[in-house]
Design a protein around this ligand. Structure first.
Ligand code: 164
Ligand code: MG
Length: 323
């Protein structure tokens, strides 16, 4: 006997969350609860505005008929919408027991907001000290000095940076000019520094700073490839698709010697805990990029270890559909 239930959530976001020049006031998404016999599974379907091609409404329109058929016992191919395919595959994997329980709760600390607080957070980070900084939103000089200062303040710190393709070649070069060769080596990678892939490759070669592909991985025809200066690919499952699709991408990248970093698309604590499990399972060597829970006002259904945000239980959420 199969059962399916869909909840809708809407969580206020911290005031300053800006994504691709748009302010995200609330994070909206769906949670799915499936059961088959005595097994249960949860999943999260939450397209990210400005990043996902599908809207939440489109995801919902694809999800409900899919679940309806599944509930009636059909075996149906996965949805073409990545957020739907990802959420459904997590719920099914939990039912089948194929998504291991152990999660990697290490994180690259997202460095934004009050500098004193960032320093405190990094000092308190257990184990390896790794931060992630968004660059490219302001002048290159500001980013360059900011990164350089942070590296000077914490000698054992290494950084991931993310420019979201916002630099021209000259801006990228200007940024690098504020960093010494020793500081450049402590940047694990910059995600998508320049507005084209070719310019990013040229920047890596000229600056000696390693790069990673994030946006590129979602472009038609992208194939992970060993290239000079490229060290990693970032996988955001909500934007990529099912667990099986992610597994495929991980294998392709690892075959080319590239590191795979699982990263959040700002999911709730439920989705984040599943991403931590996926990362521990499929890319155990790599610290995932999941430090986004504090951008939200609450956790949903499952807690993230160490978070002090209030936890909202499923009973408190709006049920929009069930069979
Ligand atoms: O990857 C991480 O460490 C955290 C997640 C993160 O940086 C992002 C998540 C979603 C959208 C963007 O703001 C950003 C990214 O571009 O990678
Ligand atoms: Mg990125």
């Amino acid at each position: 006997m199969r059962r399916a239930k869909v909840y809708r959530y809407c969580l206020p976001m911290e005031a300053g969350v800006v994504l691709r020049n748009q302010r995200l006031k609330t994070r909206d998404g769906l949670l799915i609860e499936l059961s088959e016999g005595d097994r249960q599974g949860w999943g999260e379907v939450a397209p990210l505005p400005g990043f996902s091609f599908e809207s939440l409404e489109q995801a919902q329109q694809a999800l409900l008929p899919w679940l309806d058929e599944w509930q009636r016992g059909e075996n149906i191919p996965e949805s073409r919408l990545p957020s739907v395919a990802f959420g459904v595959s997590c719920a099914l994997a939990e039912i089948a027991g194929t998504l291991p329980e152990a999660g990697d709760q290490r994180c690259a600390v997202l460095c934004h907001g009050d500098p004193d607080e960032i320093l405190m957070q990094l000092h308190q980070q257990p184990g390896e000290k790794l931060g992630k900084i968004k660059v490219g939103l302001y002048e290159a000089v500001r980013d360059g000095l900011n990164v350089s200062l942070l590296l000077e303040s914490i000698p054992e710190l290494t950084l991931r940076l993310d420019a979201n393709r916002s630099w021209s070649c000259s801006k990228a070069a200007a940024f690098a000019s504020y960093l010494t060769p020793e500081q450049r080596a402590r940047i694990r990678f910059i995600e998508e520094p320049c507005n084209t892939r070719q310019h990013s490759l040229e920047f890596a070669e000229a600056s000696g700073i390693a790069i990673a592909w994030d946006e590129s991985t979602r472009e038609a025809g992208f194939v992970a490839q060993a290239q000079p200066g490229v060290v990693a690919i970032v996988i955001k499952p909500t934007l990529i698709g099912s667990i099986q699709e992610c597994q495929q991408r991980v294998l392709e990248a690892q075959r080319e010697g590239l590191q795979v970093v699982f990263s959040s698309s700002i999911e709730s604590s439920l989705g984040l805990t599943q991403l931590a499990r996926l990362s521990a399972w499929l890319s155990p060597e790599s610290i995932p990029g999941l430090d986004t829970l504090d951008l939200m006002s609450a956790q949903l259904v499952r807690p993230w270890a160490g978070s002090h945000l209030p936890l909202i239980d499923a009973e408190k959420l709006e049920v929009i559909w069930q069979r």
